[in-house]
Write a protein that binds this ligand. Structure first.
Ligand code: SF4
Length: 475
């Protein structure tokens, strides 16, 4: 598994907030995702019902995971393919490398796949003399400049058009100086020209899988660029990397989830390309690989089944939660330090790498609940983040200032009359100090708040409890 970079979310978030280019990119990208999803949802009256269906399909598949994975394997074999069961990232990397070596591969094309980031397959192939080439436009540019993705469906979400041009000029040294990149299509044309040769030269194509269909032994990918199709049909060998929770029972279940996925992700009714791969090329087929391998990866997921984090396995990687998260909206994905950013990452990352390494992530939340309200499979993300915060506290991983602060608060909270007296006293003192100014620009013990915003001084009229009691008396 790729190591979690330093658990210092705060430091990386502060850097992101001070980066005007990044802020511009986040603002532009975020609002586009919001409005497109809202329009798509408004245009489908049964969307809420569809969410319930999606939730139930995934719950059923997870409750019978062993059965559906074995059914999937049987059907892959029946169609001439092979399934490789991998307990962890190391086994998955070794399996992919072995398949590539057996195919005598020197170049491998890749479709976008978060599980491939999770297991660090590119670095492993490179270390072993095999060149992986990312073919998704965003992933391609990030590979050129050696940057990780910052979003699960728009990997180069953090870049503006000017950034793209700068990165192309740095990496494609044969680019004429007078070549212009005024439009998106200029960028596409440059990438396409370079990638075409790579597609034709590749020995192996690696894709992820949005879904695995048990009843047919099919892996399914969705893209908007068509690069996934070229990746899996042109080379002799196709490897589909998939984590175990991607399996669904039937083709019909898959189509229900596809309707949710595209609308929640990009606001499309359907993604431009939805490709079903079943087995190897048959006699008479116009294209398709000679060998079809599905690498099934657990990497900590089976430990989540049946726990308070099991519902996270319903995730269909649509990114709606991060697109609507006020924290992600200003920090971007790199602040999260690992593969999965935003609210889904704040739950999934500690589940996969441990709360000791990633316990800080569930704290990067306002608990506004927007993530849960837009999740197409109704994952209770805030509830699970709260569970992680409890675990972090129980294990004494929380900073001592927070622990002590909570300890003091708990002392008073357990003694209501003392609590009321103390809050009256505190409020009176704050009202006195803030008299005439109306707000505080700085305040001892509240520096984290006042560094970014003012703190309103309390208004006369007493504490909430005092006002409530007075209201009850006058009823
Ligand atoms: S948690 Fe829900 S909203 Fe977030 S990526 Fe997964 S399915 Fe989408």
């Amino acid at each position: 598994m790729v190591a979690l970079t330093s658990p210092d979310f705060k430091r990386r978030a502060a850097r992101a907030l001070a980066d005007p280019q990044l802020q511009k990119a986040l603002k532009r990208g975020g609002s586009g995702f919001h409005s497109k999803r809202a329009q798509a949802v408004a245009a489908l009256p049964e969307f809420e019902r569809l969410r319930e269906i999606g939730r139930d399909i995934k719950n059923h598949a997870l409750a019978h995971l062993d059965h559906y994975l074995e059914t999937f394997e049987r059907n892959v074999i029946a169609n001439g393919g092979q399934v490789h069961w991998c307990r962890d990232a190391e086994e998955a990397r070794a399996t992919v490398l072995r398949i590539c070596r057996e195919a005598d591969a020197r170049t491998v094309t890749k479709g976008k796949s978060m599980i491939s980031e999770e297991i660090g397959i590119n670095e492993h192939l490179e270390r072993n003399g095999i060149t992986p080439v990312e073919t998704d436009l965003g992933e391609y540019i990030l590979q050129l400049v050696d940057e990780p993705p910052s979003h699960i469906i728009a990997p180069a979400f953090h870049l503006n058009r000017e950034d793209w041009e700068k990165r192309f000029r740095a990496a494609h040294t044969d680019l004429p100086k007078d070549r212009v990149f005024n439009e998106r299509r200029d960028i596409m044309a440059e990438a396409r020209a370079k990638l075409r040769q790579r597609f034709l030269a590749a020995d192996v194509g690696i894709t992820g899988a949005n879904f695995l269909i048990a009843e047919t032994g099919t892996s399914v990918i969705v893209t908007n660029e068509g690069n996934g199709d070229l990746t899996q049909t042109l080379p002799r060998v196709h490897i589909a990397l998939a984590s175990i929770e991607k399996v669904v029972p039937t083709l019909e279940d898959c189509t229900s989830l596809l309707r949710l996925l595209a609308r929640s992700a990009t606001g499309q009714d359907f993604s431009v390309y939805t490709t079903f791969s079943t087995g190897v090329r048959r006699a008479g087929d116009l294209d398709g690989p000679e060998a079809y391998h599905v690498v099934l990866i657990d990497n900590g997921r089976s430990n989540m089944v049946g726990t308070e984090f099991g519902e996270m396995l319903r995730c269909i990687r649509c990114a709606a939660c991060m697109n609507h998260c006020p924290v992600y909206g200003v920090t971007g994905g790199h602040a999260y330090g690992w593969v999965y950013p935003g609210p889904m990452g704040s739950v999934l990352t500690p589940s996969l790498v441990g709360v000791d390494k990633a316990g800080h992530l569930p704290n990067a939340s306002t608990f506004c609940g927007r993530c849960e309200s837009v999740c197409p499979v109704k994952i209770p993300l805030p509830k699970m983040m709260r569970h992680w915060r409890e675990r972090e506290f129980e294990r004494h991983l929380t900073p001592s200032t927070i622990r002590n602060g909570l300890g003091v608060w708990a002392f008073f909270a357990k003694r209501p009359s003392l609590y009321r007296a103390a809050s009256r006293l505190g409020m009176g003192a704050l009202a006195l100090l803030g008299r005439g100014r109306g707000r505080f620009r700085s305040l001892p013990l509240a520096g984290g708040w006042t560094r970014g915003r003012d703190l309103p001084a309390p208004e006369p009229g007493g504490t909430f409890m005092a006002r409530y009691a007075a209201q009850q008396r006058h009823r």
